[in-house]
Write a protein that binds this ligand. Structure first.
Ligand code: AMP
Length: 275
């Protein structure tokens, strides 16, 4: 092997080592390498009932191949099974109140520990709803050396929610939701995918909504301030069409990716400047 070949080999090994170091630095800065930022997601959606959390979360799940954890769906599944927890929870849910922090924190922990889909990250929908729940989540993630990437608030005026909620129909098994006027199923009262019947939630009426909104403003608005203080809060105008809301979410993810890439090249630029 001539001098030139030797030199190329030596330089290649230096480049490989620098690339490895850059990946490590990116991992330290973002919790994952720039490549994985698009593959792995750890985020939550905050918003009042009817803001569109349940419409957008399955799309995020599909894009990132992560788990979708909706505490409301988990509680409704307990109600349907008529477990002790389900019976207790139903009373609270129908009154528009909140189930105890310990119960919902325990449900999320159980999923993060055991649901294989959560290996690709998670999208939390309807959790955390109180500051103690947000603190519980932080503690859970800290013990796994993980951080949240986004806390997205779906912002919408209360006045727009009555029509959304009173016309909502859901497919209990999947959590898919429809609307009698804005997003009707292909066949009346039937899920497009499975052909199974759709139902109207017992708390999706004007009276319960009033209480759910009051609970939201009192208990969950402080959660928005909590995440504003951490720097991961982002707002999306949820009065837009679902497709536009989705585009706003994609813009958040793209911005994240661009930042990670810029940081990567920033590190390379710093290295280049030093050599
Ligand atoms: P949702 O499907 O998110 O609208 O939740 C329906 C109901 O379940 C709420 O009105 C609460 O009574 C209860 N619930 C859901 N998530 C939580 C939570 N994180 N903390 C306390 N209660 C919850």
């Amino acid at each position: 092997m001539g001098y030139l070949d030797e030199e190329v080999k030596r330089l290649q090994s230096i480049i490989d080592s620098i690339e490895g170091r850059v990946r490590d630095l990116e991992t330290k800065q973002f919790g994952s390498s720039s490549k994985k930022t698009t593959d792995e997601i750890r985020m939550l959606l905050i918003g009042p009932p009817g803001a569109g959390k349940g419409t957008q979360a399955p799309k995020i799940k599909e894009k990132f191949n992560c788990c979708h954890l909706a505490t409301g769906d988990m509680l409704r599944s307990q109600v349907a099974k008529k477990t002790t927890l389900g019976r207790e929870a139903k009373k609270i849910m129908d009154q528009g109140g909140l189930v105890s922090d310990d119960i919902v924190i325990g449900m999320i922990k159980e999923e993060l520990d055991n649901n294989p889909e959560c290996k690709g990250g998670f999208i939390l929908d309807g959790f955390p709803r109180t500051v103690p729940q947000a603190e519980g989540l932080d503690a859970m993630l800290k013990s796994r050396n993980q951080t949240l990437q986004h806390a997205v608030e779906l912002q919408i005026d209360d006045a727009l929610l009555v029509a959304r909620i009173t016309g909502r129909l859901v497919h209990p098994a999947s959590g898919r939701s429809y609307h009698t006027a804005f997003n009707p199923p292909k066949v009346a009262m039937t899920d497009d995918i499975t052909g199974e019947p759709l139902v109207q939630r017992s708390d999706d009426n004007a009276e319960a909504l009033k209480k759910r909104l009051a609970t939201y403003h009192k208990q969950t608005t402080p959660v928005v301030s909590y995440y504003k203080n951490t720097g991961i809060w982002k707002a999306v105008d949820a009065s837009q069409e679902p497709g536009q809301v989705w585009n706003s979410l994609l813009a958040i993810f793209d911005n994240d990716k661009a930042k990670a890439e810029a940081a990567g090249s920033g590190i390379l630029n710093k290295l280049a400047g030093r050599s």
